[in-house]
Design a protein around this ligand. Structure first.
Ligand code: SF4
Length: 253
């Protein structure tokens, strides 16, 4: 259920003092939003605040599995909801666990297992091709190198970045729709595509925090900073948000 904009603003005006460090101070005319600009120091602060959340993303949960599991689940997650990806991945790996098994499996047996992943016919072909290449070129192992990963069929920058981060714990900034939207709303970047966002984020976020970026922004985007109507009234980082600053300005708070 979404919360209408005016209701969010009313809530914000009534509860401004509850926000971290008090997001606003009361003036005769209402609440003032004390915006803190996006710079390296504040971005690190936000990452730390968002890390306090207890939720874990789908890939965060999958990270205990082998790199092959992370790679295949990320390929299955393309244009799909996490709940469906989880079902498809679990079904697939309950029958076929290794690159060799998937490479040798007939498509007609793979397809029904990953039906919930959407575009399952194309994805079945992809995971079979990927498995064959892993066997032929990498001795059945998933490479941890970003460039080798993006050379695999159907593996783009986001998927490669997710494998690097979640399977190998190596720094990268995978940018999906949540990371792209939230970092633009916060004012960290002003970009049109996830690729541009990735490049800009790598410039402004210290490398030691790259591992956290996808996880915290995905969770924030799924739970609070939702696509159509962000739940600003439940957000702990309004002080640091350009979108919220503009929202307040428009309503003359
Ligand atoms: S204040 Fe609103 S728009 Fe800004 S990050 Fe929080 S939920 Fe998203």
């Amino acid at each position: 259920m979404t919360t209408p904009l005016h209701a969010q603003l009313c809530w914000a005006s009534q509860h401004a003092g509850l926000f971290e460090n008090g997001v606003g101070r009361q003036f005769e005319s209402g609440w003032a939003h004390s915006y803190k600009m996006a710079n390296k120091k504040n971005i690190v602060k936000i990452i730390k605040v968002l890390k306090e959340k207890s939720e874990v993303s789908m890939l965060g949960n999958f990270s205990r599995n082998k790199p092959f599991y992370i790679l295949i689940s990320t390929v299955l997650s393309a244009r799909n909801k996490d709940e469906m990806t989880i079902i498809a991945t679990k079904k697939l790996f309950s029958k076929y666990k290794t690159p060799k098994q998937i490479a040798q499996a007939p498509l007609r047996k793979l397809e029904p297992l990953i039906k919930q992943s959407g575009f399952y016919k194309t994805k079945a072909k992809r995971i079979k091709e990927i498995s064959k290449i892993l066997l032929e070129k990498y001795k059945g192992k998933v490479p941890s190198d970003f460039d080798k990963l993006i050379s695999l069929p159907g593996v783009g920058r986001k998927t490669a970045g997710c494998v690097v981060v979640y399977a190998f714990n190596k720094p990268a900034i995978p940018v999906d729709t949540h990371v792209h939207r939230v970092s633009n709303r916060l004012g960290w970047v002003k970009t049109k595509t996830p690729e541009q966002t990735e490049q800009e984020l790598m410039k402004i976020i210290p490398r030691k925090y790259w591992l956290d970026v996808n996880e915290v922004l995905v969770i924030h985007g799924q739970t609070v900073c939702k696509p159509i109507t962000p739940l600003c009234n439940q957000c702990k980082i309004t002080n640091y948000c350009r979108y919220y600053k503009n929202l307040i300005k428009k309503k003359k708070y």
